[in-house]
Design a binder for this molecule. Structure first.
Ligand SMILES: *Cc1c(COP(=O)(O)O)cnc(C)c1O
Length: 301
């Protein structure tokens, strides 16, 4: 079954995108295809979980727990990672138990995650859940924290000749991945994060806790590319995803990477990168999230 497949780090590669709109500004745009690691557990979540799980195992925990929504990449990645490490795991899921499970929940269950549904009110009071379950090791939602950032900092080790890039761009949810990548980047590099949430005003502050001091002035977060908010989309975004697929055979998820790559092209066209620059876009995976879209919305998946 494909859910149980091993992670295939050797399948990660750098894809160069060729477009007239890039040539006009002499921009080279490379994509780190983290999505190739695994069909379901693709992308950054594995990296963010690595040191959280190591920490839990060192502390002799055998029961892991975390939080997330019904389509969460973090939930499925946690289910997978715990399964591989023979750890029990519980997913506290936002919202009442649905009559029909999402593909994400079905997959998480198939990986032996115990699903525990919380009303939105209870979910908002997560702290109580943590306090009432002292035997469980809780990984913060999205893997946020220094241990998550430490794992994400290893992403850049997959990039050959990483010093050649002027800009590194990635999607931002909690900002843990961006913080890790920033910490591992070089002093001449600029980092750009595209926030996929609307008005996430605390984000810069939360990221600052995870950053090495030196790196903090090389980072910029843009808040204008959320397309209406987290997991919201419109026809413009779907058309963009389909055109990127037709032109480059590059599949994107609508929650994170489509918005981020859209932003990259927009910023290039506005001249924000200037000319003659080399850009690295981190494709952080998340393709399983497209299963929440209606069939035939995308030309792929
Ligand atoms: C979770 C996720 C992100 C955001 O990562 P953060 O570290 O929370 O900012 C980006 N892309 C994908 C595909 C994700 O699943």
């Amino acid at each position: 079954m494909h859910l149980q497949d091993e992670l295939k780090f050797e399948q990660i590669f750098i894809q160069q995108l060729h477009d007239k709109s890039l040539d006009d500004f002499a921009i080279k745009l490379d994509v780190l295809r983290l999505d190739k690691i695994h069909p379901v557990v693709s992308g950054n979540k594995w990296f963010k979980l690595k040191y959280w799980l190591r920490h839990a195992i060192e502390k002799n925990y055998t029961n892991i727990a975390t939080f997330g929504g019904a389509f969460s990449n973090h939930i499925i990645a946690t289910a997978y990672a715990c399964n591989k490490h023979n750890l029990n795991c519980t997913g506290f899921i936002r919202g009442e138990e649905p009559e029909r499970y999402s593909q994400t929940l079905k997959d998480a269950k198939a990986l032996n995650m115990q699903l525990n549904f919380l009303s939105r009110t209870k979910y908002a009071g997560k702290q109580n859940v943590i306090q009432n379950n002292t035997g469980l090791f809780f990984i913060p939602e999205g893997g946020y924290g220094n241990l998550g950032a430490k794992g994400a900092s290893e992403i850049l080790q997959l990039v050959p000749n990483v010093s050649a890039y002027d800009y590194i761009i990635c999607a931002v949810g909690t900002g843990t991945m961006l913080a890790g990548i920033t910490n591992a980047s070089l002093p001449h590099q600029q980092l750009i994060g595209i926030s996929v949430m609307k008005n996430n005003i605390d984000l810069e502050n939360e990221i600052s806790f995870l950053l090495n001091a030196e790196a903090s002035n090389r980072i910029k977060i843009l808040h204008d590319y959320h397309f209406g908010g987290y997991a919201k989309y419109n026809n413009q975004l779907i058309d963009f995803m389909n055109s990127v697929w037709l032109k480059h055979k590059l599949p994107l998820d609508f929650v994170y990477n489509a918005k981020t790559l859209f932003a990259v092209y927009d910023l290039v066209a506005k001249g924000d990168f200037g000319k003659n620059k080399k850009l690295l876009f981190i494709h952080s995976g998340g393709l399983q999230g497209n299963s929440s879209l209606q069939k035939n919305t995308l030309l792929y998946s």
